[in-house]
Design a protein around this ligand. Sequence first.
Ligand SMILES: Cc1cc2nc3c(=O)[nH]c(=O)nc-3n(C[C@H](O)[C@H](O)[C@H](O)COP(=O)(O)OP(=O)(O)OC[C@H]3O[C@@H](n4cnc5c(N)ncnc54)[C@H](O)[C@@H]3O)c2cc1C
Length: 814
Amino acid sequence: MTLPQHAQIVVIGGGIIGCSTAYHLARDHKADVLLLEQGKLTSGSTWHAAGLVGQLRSSASITQVLKYSVDLYKRLDAETGLETGWRMTGCLRLACNEDRWTEYRRLATTAQSFGMEMHLLSPAEVKEMWPLMRVDDLVGASFLPTDGQASPSDITQSLAKGARMHGTRIVEGVRVTGFAMAGGRITHVETDAGRIACDMVVNCAGQWARQVGAMAGVNVPLQPVKHQYVITEPIEGIVSSTPTVRDPDSRTYFKEEVGGLAMGGYEPDPIAWTTGDVPDDFQFQLFDDDWDHFEQHLVSAVHRVPALETTGVKQMINGPESFTPDGNFILGAAPECANMYVGAGFNAFGIASGGGAGWVLAEWVMKGEAPLDLWSVDIRRFSGLHRDRDWVCERTLEAYGKHYTIGFPHEEYESGRPRIVSPLYERLKARGAVFGSKLGWERPNWFARDKDEPRDIYSMGRQNWFDAVGEEHRAVREAVGLFDQSSFAKFELRGKDAAAALEHICANRIGKAPGRLTYTQMLNSRGGIECDLTVARLAEDLFYIVTGTGFRTHDGQWIREHIGDGMAAELTDVTEAFGTLSLMGPKARDVLAAVAPADDVSNEAFPFGHVRIVTIAGHPVRALRVTYVGELGWELHVPISATGEVFDALMAAGAPHGIRPAGYRAIESLPLEKGYRAWGADITPNDSPFEAGLGWAVKLKSGLPFIGRDAAERTANTPLRKTLAAFVVEDRDIVLLGRETILRDGKFAGYLSSGGYGYTVDRPIGYGYVRNPEGVTGDYLKAGSYELVVANVKVPATLHTGPLHDPENARVKM
Ligand SMILES: Cc1cc2nc3c(=O)[nH]c(=O)nc-3n(C[C@H](O)[C@H](O)[C@H](O)COP(=O)(O)OP(=O)(O)OC[C@H]3O[C@@H](n4cnc5c(N)ncnc54)[C@H](O)[C@@H]3O)c2cc1C
């Protein structure tokens, strides 16, 4: 086939992801698609996948994506005439210890929250279902009946046929070698068979996606890792309906394969392939069998299925697959190039994800916005740090090694640290700080007291930092605390059209006088919350924008992308120019007054919602009167080199007032009592401000146009189908984490989006949307009686719609 001169969309890569994306672009959007594959379809990672298809993830949206895959694989053959090999065998997950069992009880609750069936089975029930399995060391197992397995190559060929049926041109044997670019956009795709003009490019090049992205300046932080499994001779008793098995405590998995078993695993000491370019001609190829490395899995497998001891191995598969530094795949619009989209880095669940990932990626390409909350897989969760290939490799190998380890709450990665430290790192360390890491930054999570071991000791119940964080929390409520939030992402928007640009992007009023600041959301066209941040007007033509550490690339790109054409407004990332110290608590003013004697910091002179330049230790400091903890306080943005001096001054002036440094775990606890929402959990692109109780921050009455206004008006004028509420549990020992099911009058009504402990109210607190297709009014909320399902056990809960702690009058509302 000769190459066309132009295509609306060029999809690069003929693995399952490229074929699924092309299929959905053509089927759902009637797009003009050209798919280019350098070898043959499936010849990258897809052909040698084992074909297990699981669905449940910790994100509701990603679970929805995986469920979509299963629905598609079930019916695709009816449309294309090509089988997918789909079999709904169900999947058993084995638990060999109590922590794992708790994890499954929580998973079963998550499944219920996301509308999936999951059963918890006794060892005897497992034996009945899988007679060849040894079960004497099991505590139990979970069973997800709708999981299964499929044939990776067959699905891909079926998707490719479907894509062709809807008009896609698929060309094999053509390699993309570069891009012609103009104005930050790709204008042409260069290939070894000529160039093609195009409007958009979708990079689905599997483990080559990193190098394909690099040709357009796009960073796709993935690392090819060797992954092995074996296929055995037939085993008496293994049949096509035998459930797939995951035995994470032994790090292995099993599935039926032609009457025998395919068995592989996730070892703690994985072997990376190259950190350089993946060879172009690595088509339908495998690595040499590595029996020494695989032995650990064989030993575990023989323990679990003793029949394997006398069963021959037909074949070993040792193939490369792309893994990522956090174990989630990479999807969406590349922040560095306006018209390249990426779908890559599938961490050995590309077959399970393929159908759904192609569906959402096609929507994203056509509409310019993710159709769901896809934050956990969004390419904008990465930053410049992720261009460091050695760092990416090291962190990715840690993530691979954790694939099957127990997911303890609050667990931190350990590799590649410390990477970015604030100027206060040594000072905080000397005071007992135990750090976590976010987007490469070391951040104090909590401060160990003399009696504490200064490290996290993970467990499924209360962890070792619980009491220390309680003290930090109380110091902030009763006296004053100092938080190092230097990792906050910070931007300046400058130019004569800066105010107009922001007014258009933000849901709240921005065009206030210099010296004012605004807490605002930025909405997508569906009225969902894309960003949640603070905008301070420093001058007529200068705004200072502060957002969460992890949202740096995402929020920066959202703003840049939506500044109108031709507007004089330039966004600069100034994150590293300022250290941020948050001084919070009823004594905050006393401390600030002491360190800034030349400035009037009284409430009259410096009210809430204002920004002023104050002088501390001789340095000009941007002081923002805001609070995320529900107390009097200031965020102090200090020239980065002065951060240490200002910290010392604050600590010295605060000593008589009982000042303490406090960490991120206290920051997570304090807002729970005040009802502040966390983006990515309580508020996401799936939620509107009205549902989230943030309708007051939407400028509908102003009459001004802004992105998402039409949708916001519709939501404001129709009964809400869900509303965010707080839930308080009496039993102090209950651990709330998010995803626990909400029952209203005994019936499913939603699930928690976040959870934790409020030390002032001294109770576990969770937030979640109460859902009802007929509408959720205040009366409806009040009329119900509530329970939460926590690790599969029902616990009574009380619902609250207002703050649980009201610091204005220091009254605890319960
Ligand atoms: C041993 C093993 C077992 C696995 N088991 C499972 C499993 O049980 N379940 C599961 O869900 N997943 C499993 N996986 C993962 C799964 O195979 C992958 O996630 C999936 O195949 C990724 O598909 P892809 O389309 O992203 O990549 P690929 O299949 O690699 O496709 C990318 C394609 O892009 C082409 N390409 C690259 N560069 C260019 C260029 N410049 N020009 C043109 N074309 C280009 C390549 O030739 C390639 O065909 C397994 C992986 C391995 C290695």
